[in-house]
Design a protein around this ligand. Structure first.
Ligand code: F6P
Length: 544
């Protein structure tokens, strides 16, 4: 699409509006409008979003919606769901929504409905997961599988790892599910050192089945297994693969029956509902996995069918655009008040930053506006004792999403009330701060008054659900996936490629060869002086 969003009238209107909004305090917005909380709230798919603690007025929201309309957001959403090749630079449709299309409505790619294939893989996953869980899948020596180790990285690791942690309360505690991603051998070593190979099943998860880290860890896993079981035939009982690349899976020596397929129209970071979710299904069981898919699907439909002003992913996305492009924010914190969600921000980091971390627009020109936000976060209350100081009193504007639940999955004493009291207190403090007069009225020494004053006016969204269930996790994940889609649509970047990770991969391959073969003088020619110095130092020290 040939558009320069910063030359649109809708953009200019937001620039002008932001100038007036910079001096507006949320304290005044709430003071003037008691209905504000109700009006800036939205409920969908078991999630309640209160976005009233933002530096917005009705006018801001209307202008943001106009920007959404100006970039044909509704049409762009429909284009994704209908299977158009919106991943232009890779010439692929983007159809993670088909993976959880519980309605089974046909989704056509190249004249063929993909739903029968999606359902067939899900069926095979169900049978496999059930066999591992009930013990009918045996290891080579006849022992039951007690450990499942997923080997993958990026989208083939972060989503399933996040979900296995998030849904641990629903998992079979008989099975240990672990994740190895880093090519650092420490990761493989520490994740397997206490496991019995005869009881261990590896799932090698890689869309391409060429990723250096994953292939290295998979080879190491193979040797680790064969060192113990001493028979090549053992691989068939201890390895499964998830990939789009059947040939490479076969070349690795994994039986076709143990391979679970997915398709090039599923982006790695959007793949957790595909066979990449196999460790999740093994951990929580097929029924819980299905209800996670139901949650995803419910949010997909909400996104597809709701008008923009009531559309939760659209609302979150436009608020993000507001801060990123008009109010000078650079990062966005994700703060789940639930320990089970301790990998949630890490997963979102990839989904968001790999999707929208682009500076070339769809017209091939450089974007003259900020795009992808820096996403980060940790669970509360831990974050409060780490980085919240900067959020409350630092010089930067850091919008944040607070995610919390009315009921704990581990109701112990008054822990949950304390957790949630902190949850509510933080957004209140961030929004309203503490006035100089209030600090003075407490009898604070004059020289400390400024230090103890909180300016407030720090924006937050609050997302609440009754309980962290598989359904709710699915809805929450889909909410963020679609938020990212909307932001990519507004910023006019291609959200579904990731060319930026290629250069480092190519250079690493070249340097790896140089460790073994390169002459010092050749390295000096091949690299800049800094990199050459570092490589040569490494080569000398590792020889010692
Ligand atoms: O390097 C980035 C990336 O391509 C991600 O997009 C992807 O999720 C990850 O590597 C792993 O890729 P694969 O599943 O093909 O091993």
């Amino acid at each position: 699409m040939k558009i320069r969003i910063n030359q649109m009238e809708e953009w200019a209107a937001l620039v002008r509006h932001s100038e007036t909004m910079r001096s507006v305090h949320m304290r005044d917005l709430f003071g003037k409008d008691p209905q504000r909380a109700g009006r800036f709230s939205q409920e969908a798919c078991g999630l309640f979003l209160d976005y009233s603690k933002n530096r917005i007025t009705e006018e801001t929201f209307a202008l943001l919606l106009e920007l959404g309309a100006a970039v044909n957001l509704t049409e762009q959403i429909q284009a994704m769901f209908s299977g158009e090749r919106i991943n232009v630079t890779e010439n692929r449709p983007v159809l993670h929504v088909a993976l959880r299309n519980r309605s089974n409505r046909p989704v056509v790619v190249d004249g063929e409905d993909v739903m029968p294939a999606v359902n067939a893989v899900l069926e095979r996953m169900r049978a496999f997961a059930a066999a591992v869980r009930d013990g009918s899948w045996r290891g080579f020596t006849g022992k039951r599988i007690r450990n499942v180790v997923n080997i993958g990285i990026g989208g083939s690791d972060l989503g399933p790892y996040m979900a296995c942690e998030a849904l641990k309360a629903y998992s079979s505690r008989e099975l240990l599910v672990r994740f190895v991603s880093n090519v650092d051998a420490t990761h493989f070593y520490e994740q397997t050192r206490d496991l019995d190979p005869a009881e261990t099943l590896f799932i090698v998860a890689s869309k391409t089945f060429t990723t250096q880290e994953t292939m290295t860890n998979a080879q190491t896993a193979r040797s680790w297994l064969l060192d113990a079981l001493k028979d090549e035939a053992a691989v068939a009982s201890h390895f499964a693969a998830v990939s789009t690349n059947a040939e490479a899976v076969q070349a690795f020596g994994i039986n076709h029956e143990n391979m679970f397929e997915f398709w090039d129209w599923v982006g790695g970071r959007y793949s957790m509902c595909s066979a990449i979710g196999l460790p999740i299904m093994i951990s929580i069981g097929p029924d819980n996995f299905d209800s996670m898919l139901d949650g995803f699907h419910a949010m997909d439909l909400h996104f597809l069918e709701s008008p923009l002003q009531n559309n939760m992913p659209v609302i979150l996305a436009l608020l993000g655009v507001w801060y990123n492009n008009f109010m000078g924010a650079e990062t966005h914190a994700i703060l789940p008040y639930d320990q089970y969600l301790h990998r949630f921000a890490a997963h979102l980091q990839q989904v968001d930053m790999e999707s929208n971390g682009k500076s070339t627009g769809r017209d091939g020109g450089r974007t003259a506006w900020q795009t992808g936000t820096v996403i980060w976060g940790e669970p509360g209350t831990n974050g409060q004792h780490a980085f919240f100081q900067l959020m409350h009193q630092g010089t930067r504007l850091i919008p944040a999403d607070f995610i919390g639940f009315s009921r704990s999955l581990n109701a112990l004493g008054d822990h949950h009330d304390k957790l949630m009291a902190n949850f509510f207190a933080q957004t209140e403090a961030l929004a309203f701060g503490k006035l100089r007069e209030e600090v003075e009225a407490e009898g604070t020494a004059a020289e400390l008054v400024a230090h103890k004053t909180f300016a407030g006016n720090r924006p937050t969204n609050t997302i609440m659900a009754e309980e962290l269930t598989p359904y709710v996790l699915g809805a929450l994940m889909a909410l963020y996936e679609h938020k990212i889609f909307v932001q990519g649509a507004v910023w006019n970047v291609y959200s579904f490629d990731q060319w930026g990770v290629q250069l480092g991969k190519v250079l690493a391959g070249r340097i790896l060869n140089e460790f073994a073969a390169g002459e010092e003088k050749d390295i000096a020619v091949a690299h800049d002086p800094s990199t050459a110095q570092l490589i040569n130092r490494y080569r000398q020290q590792r020889r010692k």
